[in-house]
Each structure stands twice: as structure tokens, then as C-alpha cells.
Design a protein around this ligand. Structure first.
Ligand code: 5GP
Ligand code: ZN
Length: 114
């Protein structure tokens, strides 16, 4: 989608600090980190939110989690652990309309979240 912020990041029209990239997903540092490690993992195809996942495109979620394991090792947060969060829709706190998974680590995140 031409007017989507994260599609622009995928297309390198907007710079980002990329930490991982493969055929299916891109991962880059969140511009406003909420933990010492805060990465956004996104599908390279435009999917507006988790509500847009279906039988045809849902395999991308496994690609996201496969990437997450590699990124965790790369960032050194594999031992102590991390959290993966998807905000969906207005009440879920989603502000960018391109499916993304927050990967947070590097500190004890606590539970339940606020
Ligand atoms: P959401 O609130 O939709 O779940 O998460 C969107 C995230 O995107 C936020 O954590 C926000 O800091 C991040 N973000 C927004 N604009 C940019 C940007 O231009 N570059 C990067 N790297 N992150 C962004
Ligand atoms: Zn997009």
C-alpha cells in the first residue's frame, strides 16, 4: 500500500534500523522503545491487522515467530526471555495499520501488563 508507513519502511523509502530481514518479514527497532530491546516484526505483504488474517495469509505468523527466535539470539535476549505483543484495533492500541508484532526484552516486563 503506497500510503502505509510500514510499507514505506519495507520499501526503504523511510529509513529504519533494520535488525533482521528475510523473504517474508522485516524487523526493525521501534522509534519509541519501551524496553532495552524493542523491535517491530512485520510481514512484507500489507495486512492491515490481525483481523485481516485468513486461511490464505496466516502462515506469515509462523514466519514472524521463526524470525523472532533468530532475532532474540542476535540481540542476546534469548536466555532471559522476551514478550511478543500484537495490538489490534483502536481499543488494542494499534496506531499503524500494517500488521506488526512488538518484540520486547532486556528487562523484566512484569505481568499482567497495564
Ligand atoms: P502500535 O501502537 O500500532 O501497536 O505500534 C506502532 C509502533 O510503531 C509504535 O511503538 C511506534 O513507536 C512505532 N513507530 C511509529 N512510527 C515509526 C517509524 O517511523 N519508525 C519506527 N521505527 N517505528 C515507528
Ligand atoms: Zn503496509
Amino acid at each position: 500500500m503506497s500510503d502505509c508507513l510500514f510499507c514505506k519502511i519495507i520499501n526503504k523509502e523511510i529509513p529504519s534500523e533494520i535488525v533482521y530481514e528475510d523473504e517474508f518479514v522485516l524487523a526493525f527497532k521501534d522509534i519509541s522503545p519501551q524496553a532495552p530491546a524493542h523491535v517491530l516484526i512485520i510481514p512484507k505483504t500489507h495486512i492491515a491487522s490481525a483481523m485481516e488474517l485468513n486461511e490464505q495469509n496466516a502462515e506469515i505468523v509462523s514466519k514472524v515467530f521463526l524470525a523472532a527466535g533468530k532475532i532474540a539470539k542476535q540481540l542476546g535476549i534469548d536466555k532471559n526471555g522476551f514478550r511478543i505483543v500484537n495490538n489490534c484495533g483502536e481499543d488494542g492500541g494499534q496506531t499503524v495499520g500494517h500488521l506488526h508484532f512488538h518484540m520486547l526484552g532486556g528487562r523484566n516486563l512484569g505481568w499482567p501488563p497495564g
